[in-house]
Ligand binder design. Structure first.
Ligand code: MSP
Length: 513
């Protein structure tokens, strides 16, 4: 049994969670559940990033202390998790003592080793991005790009982490670990970035400018730069749990890959003498009308609205089915409804209805034993084997969208099988051969349904559970064994009906009366 530690980025608590944040949790949860199914010992961490300029500024705007502000917004992020059926084992806040303790320890250790030095720094500073800018960041006309907000020239003494001296090492490491970053083309982008010389990293902020952070253990007049603080959450959360670090995979958005996760983080760990994580998965962005969904753009969708309307599983299914991990996707309600109606309500929903309805009607609600398979049954069983054998490696390679497409195809073909077998016709005939075929048909559709929902249970855990319940079935502990076509349902008593994916109500304006 392997150990598998998986983390999400920790969200800034300067505003409410939106669909982009929800997606990352869902994607990570799908991976975590999948690994558990494979038998790994999974530890799943998520949490919030509470320090730094953004949070301090938002709290000031509200006129309340930053801790109180962080408490409120963190509670909102935390409350979202069960609503999305997220199976995290831990939730970390960077204001917790267990985290601050580790950050201070690592800082002190690096300082003692001579990896951190103090120097005078003069430069252009972006408050919005909390970073000093370089000449190459300017627009061709000399102005600063919009994303940096207000930029001012300042001079101050600060502490620097010797990033530059590890550049060669990092290039060598990435060259030797081609799969460190998923998708692979992102790893190439990191190597491209590393062709330019790195600057040492300014890891302190004078307290008079930024109060809301972890004080440096060796100079209390400064607090730690928010990224140095935040990245360490992955380690601080499990530092006292033997065997968890470093079997880690970090799931993050592509905007925070270079430089924080792909450059600062490996170098910080290496300099501190800590082992490196297994890898980084950089997903793309949810967009709306062509721009990144975000708090500042004001185009952010509240995931809770969709969950309230369609349920957690439909929401999870859509996000995972629609997004090719690594690339961007545009979110539209129309596309959501297309998948909801055609794939969940029609394809899966119909199979559930037909199975329950016909088993009730033709077999008094008890799944019969199948007779010998004929061509139609054999074809469906062969398709099952192919689907399952492709599905698992696709999920191992984070190709969940394609995996779900295959599962949907299997459901489509199962519905097509029912059309061809036409149990309703067989039910009208008293001939023993037709009755035998009817039993085979009922057993086949129930078995296909059981298998399909076992296959996608990491994406739709609640739906799988509900369907198993109406099939009168309790799955065994070994997932792979659940995926073998067999007779597990023979003799099971099914419920007469289940409403799974109700048709959404028409928009308010179209309602009658
Ligand atoms: N606090 C830092 C991360 C520190 S990790 C040690 C941060 N926070 S964030 O709230 O801005 O973003 C959190 C995560 O949400 C990031 O991985 C980011 O990429 C992701 N998303 C934010 N908006 C997004 C979309 N529109 N689409 C998909 N994910 C995006 O960065």
């Amino acid at each position: 049994m392997g150990s598998f530690y998986i983390t999400t980025a920790i969200d800034y608590v300067n505003g409410s969670p939106h669909l982009g944040h929800a997606y990352e949790k869902v994607l990570t949860d799908v991976i975590a559940r999948f690994r558990r199914q494979l038998g790994d010992r999974v530890h799943f961490l998520t949490g919030v990033d509470e320090h730094g300029q953004k949070v301090q500024a938002s709290a000031r705007q509200r006129g309340i202390p930053p801790q109180q502000f962080a408490d409120e917004v963190s509670a909102e992020f935390r409350a979202l998790l069960p609503k999305l059926s997220i199976s995290n084992d831990d939730f970390i806040r960077t204001t917790e003592e267990r985290h601050k303790k580790v950050v201070r320890q690592v800082l002190q250790q690096l300082f003692d080793k001579g990896e951190i030095y103090k120097a005078e720094y003069q430069g252009f500073y972006s408050t919005r991005q909390e970073q000093f800018l370089q000449e190459k960041d300017r627009n061709p006309d000399g102005t600063w790009p919009e994303i940096f907000g207000e930029v001012t020239e300042i001079t101050e003494s600060n502490y620097f982490f010797k990033l530059r001296q590890y550049q060669e090492w990092l290039v060598g490491f990435l060259a030797a670990h081609e799969d460190f970053i998923f998708p692979r083309y992102r790893q190439k982008q990191v190597l491209e970035f590393l062709k330019e010389p790195l600057n040492d990293l300014c890891i302190s902020r004078p307290r008079e400018r930024l109060e809301w952070g972890i004080p440096l253990p060796f100079d209390e007049a400064y607090v730690t730069y928010v990224w140095f603080d935040a990245l360490l959450n992955y380690y601080s959360a499990v530092a006292d749990q033997p065997g968890v670090w470093p079997a880690a995979w970090h799931v993050i958005g592509k905007d925070i890959l270079v430089p924080p996760h792909a450059v600062y983080w490996p170098i910080m760990l290496h300099a501190a003498g800590l082992p490196l994580p297994g890898g980084i998965i950089a997903h793309g962005w949810w967009m709306q009308s062509g721009s990144k969904m975000s708090k500042s753009t004001g185009n952010a969708l509240n995931p809770l609205d969709l969950v309230a309307e369609f349920g957690a599983d439909a929401f999870r299914y859509f996000l995972i089915r629609e997004m090719n991990v690594g690339q961007d996707s545009d979110f539209t309600r129309e596309q959501f409804l297309v998948r909801y109606n055609s794939e969940l309500a029609n394809n899966l929903g119909n199979l559930v209805n037909r199975t329950l309805n016909m088993t009730t009607r033709f077999a008094a609600g008890v799944v019969p034993a199948a007779g010998p398979a004929e061509d139609l049954e054999r074809a469906l069983q062969d398709l099952w084997t192919k689907t399952r054998d492709e599905f698992i490696p696709l999920c191992e390679g984070f190709q969940f969208h394609t995996a779900l497409e295959r599962a949907m195809f299997f459901l489509t073909e199962t519905n097509a099988y029912i059309e061809k077998r036409a149990p309703w016709k067989l039910g009208k005939s008293a001939a023993p051969s037709d009755q035998a075929l009817l039993r085979t048909a009922l057993a086949t559709m129930a078995e296909a349904l059981r298998l399909a929902v076992a296959l996608i249970q990491h994406v739709t855990p609640g739906t799988t559970e509900k369907i198993n319940a109406v099939l009168g079935y309790t799955p065994g502990p070994v997932w792979r064994e659940e995926l073998v076509w067999g007779t597990k349902l023979t003799g099971a008593t099914v419920a007469p009906a289940l409403v799974l994916f109700p048709r959404p109500a028409p928009p308010a304006g179209e309602k009658k009366g």
